[in-house]
Design a protein around this ligand. Structure first.
Ligand SMILES: [Zn+2]
Length: 265
């Protein structure tokens, strides 16, 4: 997942790796665990990782009859964590119309879920990180329509724009060499997918904004993907099926991942 640094630079390495799983947004698609995709190196003392969540078709994540949310303790970690407070900003000017008026509370709720560890398993939500909402900004997430991290302006911005086919949301996280998050941008797709914040009756092919943002904030916090098939009830599966709201809060594995990160501090 890391590439070597240029000899002429400092030891600082900026690693660009897309944790994009080989999942497709077609029903019945074969699902594979996430794999690192590409790397790049600069010398600015930070590294950046890109992470996506893909839209899953109805058959992308067949659900077992037994809910494993609280019995499956699987998680995977990236190389960073949040120390203390990470302030995030919102730019809703290009929000998908269906959720333009309701997006911010859903985004805030998801951020708080990850900051403190709100879960479905009765575990205490006592993690001490803070995802502090800093207000609305004119800046946008520095993420391109083809899924590239395009820069770090020092602000963690969640905004809306175009993303590659099948991608619901994309996050670029910058961290120090010591693995402390500096900033993290998240771009939400406003072209290809239909969103909701309150699940509609007869929901057919729309995606829950809060669930998606919980997933992205877990990337920001330091979690990587688990296996779509083996760990279907954790938030950190690479793809998310439409119309699902059961993973707005954490499963046991997601929670255990945050606990492992907290133990590093
Ligand atoms: Zn993801």
């Amino acid at each position: 997942m890391r590439s070597s640094s240029h000899g002429a630079t400092t030891a600082a390495a900026l690693v660009l790796a897309a944790a994009v799983a080989a999942t497709l947004d077609t029903p019945g698609a074969t699902v594979a665990p996430g794999a690192p995709a590409r790397g790049a190196v600069t010398a600015d003392g930070t590294r950046v990782i890109a992470s996506a969540i893909r839209a899953g078709g109805p058959a992308a994540a067949p659900r077992p009859t037994t809910d494993t949310a609280c019995t499956d303790h699987s998680y995977a970690l990236n190389r960073w964590r949040i120390s203390g407070t990470l302030t995030w900003y919102y730019n809703g000017t290009a929000a998908a119309p269906a959720v333009a008026d309701t997006a911010l509370p859903a985004l805030t709720s998801a951020s708080d879920t990850v900051a403190t560890g709100i879960n479905r398993c009765g575990e205490p939500a006592t993690f001490t990180t803070v995802h502090a909402y800093g207000g609305e900004v004119g800046a946008t997430a520095q993420i391109s329509a083809n899924g590239r991290c395009t820069g770090n302006d020092g602000k963690s911005v969640t905004s809306w724009g175009a993303l590659p086919p099948g991608v619901l949301a994309y996050t670029c996280t910058y961290a120090t060499q010591q693995g402390i998050v500096l900033t993290s941008d998240t771009l939400l797709d406003n072209r290809a997918h239909t969103w909701f914040t309150t699940r509609p009756q007869n929901c057919a092919n729309a995606y829950d904004l809060e669930t998606t943002l919980t997933h992205e904030r877990l990337h920001t916090a330091g979690l990587a993907h688990v296996d779509q098939t083996a760990n279907p009830d954790q938030v950190m599966t690479p793809a998310s099926p439409p119309c699902e709201t059961s993973r707005r809060t954490l499963g046991a594995g997601d929670y255990a991942g945050l606990a492992a990160l907290a133990a590093r501090g």
